[in-house]
Design a protein around this ligand. Structure first.
Ligand SMILES: Nc1ncnc2c1ncn2[C@@H]1O[C@H](COP(=O)(O)OP(=O)(O)OP(=O)(O)O)[C@@H](O)[C@H]1O
Length: 353
């Protein structure tokens, strides 16, 4: 008989973040264990991204501490990345004029030991490290399904693929914990379904995941545990079933179910698209899938909407094949938490303290 030992990967205790008179996060405790996918949900302005920024060293919490695998983290993004935490951002931050492969290679730099002199002299050690990085980056591109686009400029990728590329770049730092800030924002239902599978696959590789998302079907299907932030405080934490059934969460965020909810329409759209794809896949595939009804999102909340609170980050109608304006030449300060420039990050999100 095999036994799996669960260890605490992330432990945030009493994290408080104040901006002048505003307390954006108030005494929040949260743990993520190995093998877990934990969701962080709540209305707009609840403090979710601020909490992420406290975890990744972009903000120095006013109070509280954050530990990774038992060690208190310094509030420096590059040190947090070194320790083993990587993240993606609500707004895509890729190097627009770099190729897909180069973007992933950028994420590798925390794991390459070769220094400046080694790079300038291009000795055997450097060449070996470079080849290993290249191989690993291609492996990650295979993993997310973008290896065939390794030479494309990232700005030319459809929106959903840009989001996946950000995830690959974060994975390039070989994290033990991945923080995803609204990974499905702007994705169409099919891309969202694929993103769900991708997160499961990441977890299966031994990486714990903490995810902020407004798409409740995505969250409740995906997460082992969900914490709800409201006005900076943790209101409830528990399994998807517990959270969905909690009257306070319904009142503060989810809302009451109603007939003909947008969530139901979205589900029908996904299933119709999947059925169409099956048909196109040919007679054999169609025959094979005919006996297998499409996966019904088991945890479908069946609540008023899959994106409660009309979140700004989930423009479900965003054309998935239109690259977003958000991609710019601006260096992605810390998709993998690599650039310790908190001011750059905060200004980019319009949240400069
Ligand atoms: N740098 C900052 N300076 C001042 N106030 C800030 C800063 N960053 C965030 N806030 C405020 O803190 C509160 C929490 O914001 P935050 O972005 O963390 O919420 P959120 O839950 O992530 O929202 P959303 O779902 O819309 O992304 C908001 O009132 C916001 O205006």
């Amino acid at each position: 008989m095999t036994t799996t030992t669960t260890t605490t990967v992330l432990e945030a205790s009493g994290v408080t973040m104040r901006f002048g008179g505003l307390t954006a996060v108030r005494s929040v405790d949260l743990t993520v264990s190995s093998g877990e996918i934990v969701g962080l949900i709540g209305p707009n302005g609840a403090g979710k991204t601020t909490f992420f920024n406290c975890l990744t060293g972009l903000y120095v919490p006013t109070e509280g501490k954050v530990s990774y695998k038992g060690t208190v983290l310094p509030a420096k993004p590059h040190l947090v990345t070194d320790a083993g935490i990587a993240r993606t951002f609500q707004n895509i931050r890729l190097f627009a004029n770099m190729t897909v492969l180069e973007n992933v290679l950028v994420g590798r730099h925390t794991r390459t030991k070769e220094g400046l002199w080694s790079a300038l002299l291009r000795g055997p050690g450097f060449k070996k490290a470079e080849a290993a990085s290249h191989a690993r980056a291609m492996e990650l591109l295979e993993f997310i399904g973008l290896a065939h686009k390794a030479d494309h400029l990232s700005r030319n990728l459809p929106y959903g693929e840009q989001r996946k590329l950000e995830i690959a770049r974060a994975l390039a730092s070989e994290p033990g914990l991945l923080l995803l800030d609204e990974p499905t924002a702007g994705m169409n239902p099919q891309e969202t379904r694929a993103a769900e599978e991708l997160v499961f696959a990441i977890r299966d590789q031994g990486i714990a995941v903490l995810v902020i998302e407004h798409d409740m079907r995505f969250i409740f299907n995906l997460c082992d545990r969900v914490a709800v932030l409201v006005q900076g405080e943790k209101l409830v934490e528990g399994t998807s079933d517990v959270v969905q059934a909690d009257e306070r969460v319904v009142a503060a965020y989810l809302g009451t179910p109603f007939e003909g909810a947008p969530g139901a329409a979205e589900l029908a759209e996904v299933e119709a698209a999947e059925a169409g794809a099956d048909t196109e896949a040919g007679a054999d595939a169609a025959e094979a899938t005919a006996d297998t009804p499409p996966d019904s999102p088991s945890g479908s909340p069946g609540t008023a909407s899959s994106t409660p609170g009309a979140p700004s980050g989930t423009p479900e109608s965003t054309p998935s094949d239109t690259p977003p304006d958000t991609t710019s030449d601006t260096p992605p300060d810390t998709t993998s938490g690599t650039t310790p420039d908190a001011s750059a990050d905060t200004s980019a999100e319009g949240k400069a303290p």
